[in-house]
Design a protein around this ligand. Structure first.
Ligand code: AHM
Ligand code: MG
Length: 339
């Protein structure tokens, strides 16, 4: 039971005070993201009503409504963050190119990358979805931010987080000083500290992977999965339970709180996507930052996600994320069987 009520605003300000040289710009940026999250949460909670409204002829069929929520989330983040003077440039999973700050508005020191609404195929079935974000310092000196400002390795991130729109809405963030979770009180419209200093439990419970893709996996990934299931004869272990929602934020959040591993490995399903499905900049790197600061680890199977220097905005990467010992075991199986 937490005795005090700590709003996200107060928490961000208290974090700021630990950096005497801080100007407050970074704190305001985090607060802007929390505001966008509240607006997106309001709409996602009404998603089931869209069909009814659609029947009334106001909004189109369900499939289109789903698209609309993606676009709404994207536009909300862009609108809130374009005019504040805090950012040099943004990039979104929903946009092909970088998002410059509109002409006539000041640019700032930071770079914001986000996946506005991940796992949106889950909207139809009322399962959790999420927003993921990462913040970097700009590299270019001044003027409009550039593509190169967005292509930085995760190690250089200054903050990352996600919002999960589930049975309640939560925002989890880190500025490198612990991982902290806030639950939205919809009555007062405030995120309140509910999960201070999240650390991934050392005894994992779950493994999360789309096992329907098994026939397309490498030997290393197959062996690793058998090991997690406790059926590796050379190295038997207590089997983990399987849990898979198919919504990265929800799968990651559960495993962060309970211990476990999520993976989306490279597979041979679609030759155009040899590195799996997930995006380095908008999905893998921000969650890797959170995992790292909660005592966990994320890898592409061969190297730390945070060490990868991105080459393009929408680059995909295999992802293994969760308890460090499990992720390192995946790396060991891949090195042994996949060369
Ligand atoms: P999206 O960015 O198109 O929403 O796709 C990403 C989602 C993740 O949330 C999730 O981990 C993954 O796709 C699930 O993929 P699959 O259905 O192949 O298991
Ligand atoms: Mg996504």
């Amino acid at each position: 039971m937490i005795e005090e009520i700590i709003t996200i605003e107060r928490h961000i300000l208290e974090q700021q005070r630990t950096h005497p040289q801080a100007t407050g710009v970074f704190s305001s940026l985090l607060y802007d993201i929390a505001l966008a999250a509240k607006i997106i949460a309001r709409e996602t909670s009404r998603a089931g009503l869209v069909e009814i409204l659609g029947l009334a002829g106001k909004i189109n069929v369900q499939g289109e409504a789903q698209m609309k929520l993606d676009i709404f989330a994207n536009q909300t983040l862009i609108r809130i963050n374009s005019y504040t003077g805090r950012l040099a440039v943004m990039a979104s999973e929903e946009e092909a190119d970088i998002l410059p700050i509109p002409e006539g508005y000041p640019t700032g020191r930071y770079v914001l990358l986000f996946d506005p609404l991940d796992g949106s195929s889950n909207i139809d079935v009322n399962a959790s979805i999420g927003t993921i974000f990462g913040v970097y310092r700009r590299l270019s000196q001044d003027g409009p931010g550039k593509l190169s400002d967005c292509l930085q390795p995760g190690r250089d991130m200054v903050a990352a987080g996600y919002v999960i729109y589930g049975s309640s809405t939560m925002m989890v963030y880190s500025t490198g000083n612990g991982v902290h979770g806030f639950t939205l009180d919809p009555g007062v419209g405030e995120f309140l500290l509910s999960h201070p200093n999240i650390q991934i439990p050392s005894r994992p419970k779950y493994y999360s992977v789309n096992q329907g893709n098994e026939q397309f996996w490498s030997e290393g990934v197959l062996h690793f999965t058998r090991w997690l299931q406790g059926i590796d004869e050379e190295d038997p272990r207590k089997p983990l339970s399987a849990r898979y929602i198919g919504s990265l934020v929800a799968d990651f959040h559960r495993n962060l709180l309970t211990g476990g591993i999520f993976y989306y490995p490279a597979d041979s399903k679609d030759p155009r996507k040899p590195y799996g499905k997930l995006r380095l900049l908008y999905e893998a790197a921000p969650l890797a930052f959170i995992a790292q600061h909660a005592g966990g680890y994320a890898s592409d199977g061969r190297q730390a996600i945070l060490d990868i220097v991105p080459e393009s905005l929408h680059q995909r990467t295999p992802l293994f994320i969760g308890n460090r010992d499990l992720v390192e075991k995946a790396e060991a199986f891949i090195a042994r069987y996949d060369g």
